[in-house]
Design a protein around this ligand. Structure first.
Ligand code: PNS
Length: 170
């Protein structure tokens, strides 16, 4: 298909669940633009924008059909600025449905030309979220089947830096 899709999210951090959606989308779309959002409903992200974008770029460094970009403000404005009309979101369980429906209807209301398409997350990743990853890693658990090595390495670097920061403040 000669179509480009935008896959937006916070990706704080990207997980194998997201990666699986991107890989499957590449079978349907010519190009996938992974759009990393600054805003996260008032929450401060663990990883900076540069880190989130850098991690995804590193993971897809050999896939030229994946482009990674940060975006600020409304998703519909960003999508229009890229001359794209299709947004992709993953759906894990029914729990996601309500928020996703609300978001796609709000986007449709603001811009009638933009369609949101949904892809069901593979069942082996249906429990997975960026928050669960941050919990597991910050408490010393193993996450090597849930996120790529680069995420684990960067997370541990960040934690060490923060611990050093705390010690130097004491
Ligand atoms: O990975 P997430 O946190 O579920 O992604 C949510 C995201 C970034 C796609 C959503 O919050 C978003 O589109 N933010 C941009 C602001 C916006 O357009 N809000 C109105 C639509 S609800």
């Amino acid at each position: 298909m000669d179509k480009v899709v935008i896959y937006p999210g916070s990706f704080d951090p990207i997980t194998y669940g997201h990666i699986n959606i991107i890989e499957r989308a590449l079978k349907i779309f010519r190009k996938v633009i992974v759009a990393v959002s600054y805003s996260q409903s008032g929450k401060k992200p663990f990883f900076s924008m540069e880190e989130r974008v850098g991690i995804i770029k590193e993971i897809f460094r050999r896939e030229r059909r994946v482009v990674v970009e940060p975006f600020k403000g409304l998703l519909v404005d960003y999508v229009k600025s890229r001359n794209v009309d299709t947004v992709l979101r993953g759906l894990r369980t029914v729990a996601d449905f309500e928020f996703e429906l609300q978001m796609s209807l709000a986007n449709k209301k603001m811009s009638g030309n933009i369609e949101t398409v949904f892809m069901m997350t593979e069942d082996r990743y249906s429990f997975l979220s960026s928050s669960i990853i941050k919990d597991i890693l910050s408490l010393g658990g193993r996450a090597d089947e849930l996120v790529p090595d680069v995420v684990i390495r960067r997370f541990s670097d960040r934690l060490k830096e923060r611990k050093t920061d705390i010690v130097s403040w004491e």
